[in-house]
Design a protein around this ligand. Structure first.
Ligand SMILES: CC(C)(COP(=O)(O)OP(=O)(O)OC[C@H]1O[C@@H](n2cnc3c(N)ncnc32)[C@H](O)[C@@H]1OP(=O)(O)O)[C@@H](O)C(=O)NCCC(=O)NCCS
Length: 168
């Protein structure tokens, strides 16, 4: 049985693993290896994620994880960018466990947290061309708003993110 729980230090290794696998499976065809490696090293390494599960606030509500038999199979998290606006910062399923409805449960938990804090709308960035993410968000009622420069671009890189939002 899959459970959705607020992550703690016991989930750090699982979060790093699922998010790193998710990065390769999602962006392997559209981004350079160097870019993916850089993102994984920066965001999905134990020291940072330990802080992110122990130091939470309105701005960063911590990770939620989908756990099955003690194993993390999905992870995500968000926070508020203003009193009424939520942001989904990260959401990855184990690539072998997509399309079973579990990402929906994770998004629901993150959204409930944001609603309880007063959010009335929810935003996210998704990389242009990410067809493993965009159809999911559109199925959940998110609408495309505008393009912006991708986060973490180095000189010579021009990856583009799409901003999506929905009312919650
Ligand atoms: C995005 C992600 C977290 C969703 O989790 P998931 O467990 O696979 O999604 P679910 O099974 O809960 O839901 C799938 C939903 O998306 C819809 N969907 C998925 N692929 C679709 C497609 N190609 N076309 C139309 N709808 C699609 C399904 O219809 C379903 O909607 P419903 O619940 O209204 O029926 C997961 O697929 C993932 O890890 N993707 C790769 C990583 C990624 O892109 N993350 C986002 C980075 S910004």
């Amino acid at each position: 049985m899959v459970k959705i729980v607020k992550a703690d230090v016991n989930h750090v290794a699982g979060i790093c693993d699922v998010c790193a696998k998710g990065q390769w499976a999602t962006y392997g065809d559209i981004y350079s290896n160097e870019y993916i490696e850089r993102i994984i090293k920066e965001y999905y390494e134990p020291e940072r994620v330990t802080k992110e599960v122990t130091q939470t606030s309105k701005e960063w509500g911590g990770y939620f994880v989908a756990v099955e038999n003690g194993q993390v199979i999905g992870a995500g998290g968000g926070g508020l960018t203003s009193d009424t606006v939520g942001e989904l910062y990260v959401l990855y399923m184990d690539p072998d466990r997509r399309n079973e409805g579990v990402g929906t449960l994770l998004l629901k938990a993150i959204t409930e947290q944001q609603k309880q804090l007063g959010a009335k709308e929810q935003w996210l960035s998704v990389q242009r061309g990410n067809m493993k993410g965009i159809p999911f968000y559109e199925a959940k009622g998110f609408q495309f708003k505008h393009e912006q420069k991708g986060y973490g671009n180095k000189e010579g890189e021009d990856y583009i993110s799409l901003r999506y939002y929905r009312n919650i």
